[in-house]
Design a protein around this ligand. Structure first.
Ligand SMILES: Cc1cc2nc3c(=O)[nH]c(=O)nc-3n(C[C@H](O)[C@H](O)[C@H](O)COP(=O)(O)OP(=O)(O)OC[C@H]3O[C@@H](n4cnc5c(N)ncnc54)[C@H](O)[C@@H]3O)c2cc1C
Length: 177
């Protein structure tokens, strides 16, 4: 108790961000990790073959990139080697029969790949992509706000004002699915 002002169990990025923030404010912080490496579910390492680096868990780090922590400490993080790698063909699955499916940030490419499996699913993908901009504001507001009753009520109020009851129920359905 005398050695640290705060201790963190586990060295995932949430602990690391808290510990760094407090340490820069002069707190003595200790981070204790049971694994051999730090980072928790946010790590890029050679998990398959030498020379091929993969994300272990999280790969879409836009919420972190847009976070208050990153805004405040972007320079320090960059100096320590933090680098985001934008990719056009961001994830794929290989199936036992030799076929594969992958998502691209090019709508036509993705729709063509889905159509190889199902024309109906390709049409649904196009519909969801077209509808996403109207949902994005509400989804990102929810993901980026504290989980307090006040913040959630603010998000719900904003959603209802912009989309009405039927539109809000649609967004609720999307979130639940
Ligand atoms: C497969 C997968 C894909 C994901 N994709 C995304 C994505 O694309 N975008 C996104 O924003 N989020 C994604 N997430 C979620 C994101 O990774 C987590 O929200 C984030 O990693 C949570 O960080 P954390 O620091 O709270 O915990 P974690 O990253 O889970 O880290 C916890 C750490 O604590 C250690 N630990 C646990 N118990 C103990 C103990 N008793 N003693 C010592 N150490 C301990 C663990 O070993 C680990 O290192 C994904 C998660 C997974 C699993």
């Amino acid at each position: 108790m005398s050695e640290f002002d705060a201790i963190f169990v586990g060295a995932g990025h949430n602990s690391l961000a808290c510990a760094a923030h407090l340490a820069l404010k002069g707190w003595k912080t200790g981070v204790f990790e049971r694994g051999a490496t730090i980072g928790g579910a946010v790590q890029t390492r050679e998990f398959t073959l030498p020379g091929f680096r993969h994300d272990f868990g999280a790969m879409n780090l836009s919420l972190f990139a847009g976070s208050a922590f990153h805004r405040k400490y972007a320079n320090e993080l960059k100096a320590q080697g933090l680098e985001f790698a934008p990719v056009a063909d961001c994830f794929a699955s290989a199936f036992p029969d030799g076929r594969w499916f992958g998502v691209s940030n090019d709508l036509e490419k993705t729709a063509a790949r889905i159509a190889a499996f199902s024309a109906a699913d390709a049409a649904t993908w196009r519909r969801l992509v077209a509808a996403f901009p109207a949902e994005a504001e509400h989804l990102f507001r929810l993901l980026g706000s504290p989980m307090s009753a006040r913040a959630l009520a603010g998000t719900a109020w904003n959603l209802w004002r912009k989309k009405g009851i039927a539109g809000s129920l649609d967004t609720g359905r999307l979130l639940l699915s």
